[in-house]
Write a protein that binds this ligand. Sequence first.
Ligand SMILES: [Zn+2]
Ligand SMILES: [Zn+2]
Length: 777
Amino acid sequence: MASPHTVSATRKHVQVKGVVQGVGFRPFVYKLAQSLELTGYVFNSSSGVTIEIEGGEHQIDQFLRELRENPPQLAEITDISVSEIDARGGTGFSILHSREEAGAFALVSPDAGTCDACWSDFGDPVNRRYGYPFTNCTHCGPRYTIIRDIPYDRATTTMAAFTMCPACKAEYEDPNDRRFHAQPNACGECGPSLALIPRGSPLEECSFADKDSLAIIRRARMVLRDGKILAVKGLGGFLLACDARNESAVAELRRRKRRPAKPFALMSRDVAAVRTFCEASDEDVAALLHVRRPIVVLPRLEGAQLARGIAPGNSTLGVMLPYTPLHYLLFSDSPDRPSEFQALVMTSGNLSEEPIVVSNAEAMRQLDGIADWFLLHNRDIAMRVDDSVVRTFEGRERVLRRSRGFVPQTIDLGIEMEEVLAFGGELKNTFCLTKSRYAIVSQHIGDLENYETMRFFEETLANMKHLFKVAPRVAAHDLHPGYMSTRMALASDIERKIGVQHHHAHIVSCMAENHLRGDVIGVAFDGTGFGADGRIWGGEFLVADFAGFTRRGHLRYVLLPGGDAAIWQPWRMALSYLRDTFGRQMPGELPCFRAVLEKQFELVDEMISRQVQTVQTSSSGRLFDAVAALVGLASEVTFEGQAAIALEMAAVQGTDACYPFEIVDVEPMILDFRPMMEAIVKDISAGRPRGEISACFHNTLSAAVVETCCRIRRSDALDRVCLSGGTFQNLYLLDRTVIELRRRGFGVFLHATVPANDGGISLGQAVIANELIPRGD
Ligand SMILES: [Zn+2]
Ligand SMILES: [Zn+2]
């Protein structure tokens, strides 16, 4: 109790953890403390933000409440610890220099799309940043892509090369300014600048001396209007741009990029423009406008005026809004002027499956055969990061590719973790590090099938281990001996290694992000995963927890003829399924084999009958391939999942009809689709439209999943179902299965923050390894 002679001042030490650096947290604390007449200081430390405040008890309570309830918009507080210390008196509140502490780690903010206030700055002809493509503030701009080290200060970013002009410095030092300690703060006077050069130009002659960025961007717009392909250096790498309405430009980009069919992403200036060619619900709009600014997959409007080559045969389009002033200015000088393009193609600047290109030199070399012009800038990119891809389902954003804007945001697992490095899968690879209660999943690395992608993995891993000060004690990896990620794990110097079954990792990944413990029914449907019996799994029903699983059911094994070739030639799977169904009594000539050379057909048929160069597979992805080929949709494909997507797109809505199937009650149960195959062949011969066949097929698969889950519930008394694996990115299948499972009283859990595809398995691997490692050694 305070005596009447002393001033009743209280002093508190406050430690704030989470994403609190580079998001305007210190100025927020500064202003708040001043408004409440509190004294003390704030500084960035390696573990977050440290505050000491002193003053009246009531004001301190109010301070803490505001801290919790109204932090800056990009901040993400994971923990606030408060302790009382001796009062010290003193006057004023100050911001001290950053301090580094050994072993501590702070969370780094992902890159954030340009905020409204910055839009107004660079769109205003009388503002000193008019037309300046690198405008940013504490609420927006580059973060992860420019960080070389922590604590996050200008000196540890790629902005260190630029010295602030007096005007920028004044903003940077004024706690009442929106750009107070905005590390990438810059203007046309002092910051990064642009250059526009044609292919083949020597980079040495590119001085970046021209400060009139707007004039350069207007020339870039002309290049695009001319139907040329423009390589644009952005936040996390180069993008290749062309006018999305220009049929020949899009076709040329496909040809040069050697990408015949995979959809291209689009960028439009605003939501109104997006709505001229796509449907967008309120949730979709929220996802588009979110500071992460991901690519959002949207239903395409009938009759949309876009080049046909953008997403051939696809009824959806991936669209994003500009996330830097540079991207915005490619459409118009300012918001009040009409946009010059309804949409631009914006696809990763890379060769086919290689990582996205980041440096000017790399771009001039590797994209030389693709881009006609290069829009370069002289701010280095510290980390390669692709655009993220999301979709909304049941009113919630679901991540399909987790990169820019998401990474390196942590996933709070709610349990104390060992430091684990999970190497992920082979396709759509990500890796995952754990520390304290958090999982840090890397950005999308890509398919680990070339040297460049492996280098990308290694450079990102080195960077993240350093940023988050993680020294992994355990390496978790897939069971597939041929995966590059497995080999990298086995060759690493981490002593303890734990192999994790692919589909177990899928299910635990889904459990972890939904904070589930104990046993669940896990349905893992995908293209390929190495099974515990050495066969190729991919249509799996597991009863699983973090520590292990029992395989309770799977699709009936069929032969995968010729390994990977079967993935690129779905007709092989059609043949395999037909042989499995009809044996030697094959139905008469089917249209799907007409384009196949007789010799090749016989060779594959021979493989199947003699079981040479074949493996057994229970993959649901291959079942989709077989049906897609049978109905004449995809005899051959150029990217994984293409046939399944075509089949999904073909399905007509509004039918509940199913084909027959059988569930053989052995341990594990076998889902036998031979009766369905027989019926499909009949339907094809009878000329039934493929849209109906496709819908029936989807309904059948969904019914089989639901029935199998019901049987497992009866025997195991479990009623929580986790759905994971790339096959569940099929919305027709997912929607129907979720509704039916819920109708039967199951609790259904899906992915949202990590992908259902193989991009999510590193998280599951990490959690499983953490569970399996003996404690205290
Ligand atoms: Zn801003
Ligand atoms: Zn400046």
